[in-house]
Design a protein around this ligand. Structure first.
Ligand SMILES: Cc1cc2nc3c(=O)[nH]c(=O)nc-3n(C[C@H](O)[C@H](O)[C@H](O)COP(=O)(O)OP(=O)(O)OC[C@H]3O[C@@H](n4cnc5c(N)ncnc54)[C@H](O)[C@@H]3O)c2cc1C
Length: 463
């Protein structure tokens, strides 16, 4: 699977993740001689220890509710039993299959795969772990990000990140997760669904900083309703191992005993030891590699895409940036990536899907804003008896103007928002939403039937 190391290439890609793989493959189809180095596994974070394995665990965790909800529809389900080892083994098999598919696609395109860490020694020279050097006319840095466990605290060696969470030998009965971002929230839902008692600790005032405030409030209440203990305004001060368990001390003085402690306290660009200083590649204020809109770094012929640039850290964005880079540099077609209105999801329980501006952002940027918000009991919950509510919100410019943002918390939110994102990208107005016939009975029909604003801003000033 490792190709002989070439002495010279047109493009050397460091990192075979979402962005690197796409860039390498497209550059090769444009006729370039391409090599890609990968120090861990081909596919990168998303395929190996991010989106894909995470979503598989999310699916697994959601069966718990399905079994419970079935009773109201007349089913009697024998006491279900869950086996962590089976889930992890099946998940690993699927990840192996995907990795093989990524390798095959690269090979089919004629890309040389080098299984090694790669570092820059000068702007056109890459050194591999075995000491070999490769000369490259162009270099693409696509090394992604890595979990950041924050400041050193006593007992940090007992803390796991999302990387290890995918390979735990057994399902912990009690888990403490520190963090308020999407990865923390998703793992809280995964562990809780699979049967663990989960405590989520976050230093801020509420989870999912940066999301619309209504999403944050609604999701928190739903998670608490599902038994997840959420403690905000506190942080982990230390972790002590006591036999098989860990005693966690919080800054506020509280002590909690759990079986596993996981930190999901952010990710940082993966640039340590890459040789960036030596070759003069500048960093941006956010710690990522500084690039222009064509993903060019401060050094000619060195480019960077994906999480290492810390722009919008999502797989489809890294892929789009990698593709645009290859088209720009090897396809003779300079291509810029539009980073606005990127839809995103939190695969929590219940799910979150969002696109566009939050209410706060819209109020800062637009003189007149209408808010349409609806919370309702989903139809399935009537017979299942589950206490849950869906929240949908549209942020609209002026009166009946462009829809600037859509925020949904509830089953299927991510799937719905992917479609709404097309309309928003096309500049759809609230009038376009209103003119669209409802599809009944669905939850999504609420998006085209919200008639009266629940809040209006800037109206008096404009009238
Ligand atoms: C738990 C988790 C869940 C996520 N869920 C989602 C999701 O649901 N949806 C979504 O869109 N995004 C999700 N993401 C984010 C997504 O995984 C990243 O945005 C995406 O993988 C970025 O792609 P990339 O090409 O920039 O880097 P990566 O995919 O991280 O690839 C970088 C590769 O470079 C390799 N590498 C690093 N340094 C070197 C070196 N010096 N030499 C050789 N190889 C090197 C690494 O081993 C890695 O394979 C998730 C991330 C995590 C951690």
């Amino acid at each position: 699977m490792t190709t002989p190391v070439p002495s010279e290439v047109d493009l050397f890609v460091i990192g075979a993740g979402s962005g690197g793989v796409r860039a390498a493959r497209i550059a090769a189809t444009h006729g370039a001689k391409v090599a890609v180095a990968e120090e861990y596994r081909v596919g990168g974070t998303c395929v190996i220890r991010g989106c894909v394995p995470k979503k598989l665990l999310v699916y697994a965790s959601r069966f718990a509710h399905e079994f419970e909800d079935a009773a109201g529809f007349g089913w009697s389900v024998p006491e279900p039993a869950f086996d962590w080892a089976t889930l992890i083994a099946n998940k690993d098999k699927e990840i192996d299959r995907l990795e093989r598919a990524y390798v095959a696609n690269l090979e089919k395109a004629g890309v040389g795969i080098i299984r090694s860490r790669a570092v820059l020694t000068d702007p056109h020279t890459i050194r591999l772990a075995g000491g070999e050097s490769v000369r490259a006319a162009n270099v693409l840095i696509a090394t992604g990000g890595a979990p950041s466990l924050g400041a050193a605290i006593p007992g940090r060696e007992h803390v796991i990140s999302s990387n290890e969470a995918f390979h735990l030998p057994s399902l912990p009965q009690r888990v403490l997760i520190q963090g308020g971002g999407y990865i923390a929230v998703e793992f809280a839902g995964i562990f809780a669904g699979l049967g663990s008692a989960v405590t989520l600790i976050y230093r801020g005032t509420n989870i999912l900083r940066g999301f619309d405030d209504d999403v944050r409030t609604h999701l928190r209440a739903e998670m608490e309703r599902r038994g997840i203990a959420i403690m905000t305004g506190d942080t982990v001060a230390g972790v002590e191992r006591t036999g098989d368990a860990c005693t966690v001390t919080l800054t506020g003085g509280k002590r909690i005993e759990v079986d596993r402690v996981m930190f999901a306290t952010g990710r940082r660009p993966h640039i340590a030891g890459l040789g960036l200083d030596a070759v003069g590649v500048r960093l941006a204020e956010n710690g990522g590699i500084a690039v222009d809109e064509l993903s060019r770094t401060s050094v000619p012929h060195i480019y960077a895409v994906g999480d290492v640039t810390n722009r919008v850290n999502l797989t489809p964005v890294a892929i789009r940036e990698g593709h645009a880079f290859a088209d720009s540099v090897f396809g003779g077609r300079p291509t810029r990536v539009d980073h606005t209105n990127v839809p995103s999801a939190v695969f929590s329980e219940p799910e979150v899907g969002v696109v566009g501006l939050t209410e706060t952002q819209a109020r800062e940027r637009h003189a007149r804003i209408d808010i349409y918000k609806s919370t309702f009991r989903p139809m399935k919950a009537t017979l299942s008896g589950r206490e849950t509510r869906v929240m949908m919100k549209l942020v609209v410019e002026g009166s009946g103007g462009r829809v600037l943002g859509c925020h949904i918390v509830g089953e299927g939110a991510a799937e719905m928002v992917q479609m709404v994102a097309i309309a928003i990208k096309m500049g759809a107005t609230k009038a376009d939403f209103d003119a669209t016939m409802a599809l009944h009975p669905t939850a999504a029909e609420e998006l085209v039937t919200m008639r009266t604003p629940t809040a209006r801003y800037g109206v008096e000033a404009a009238e």
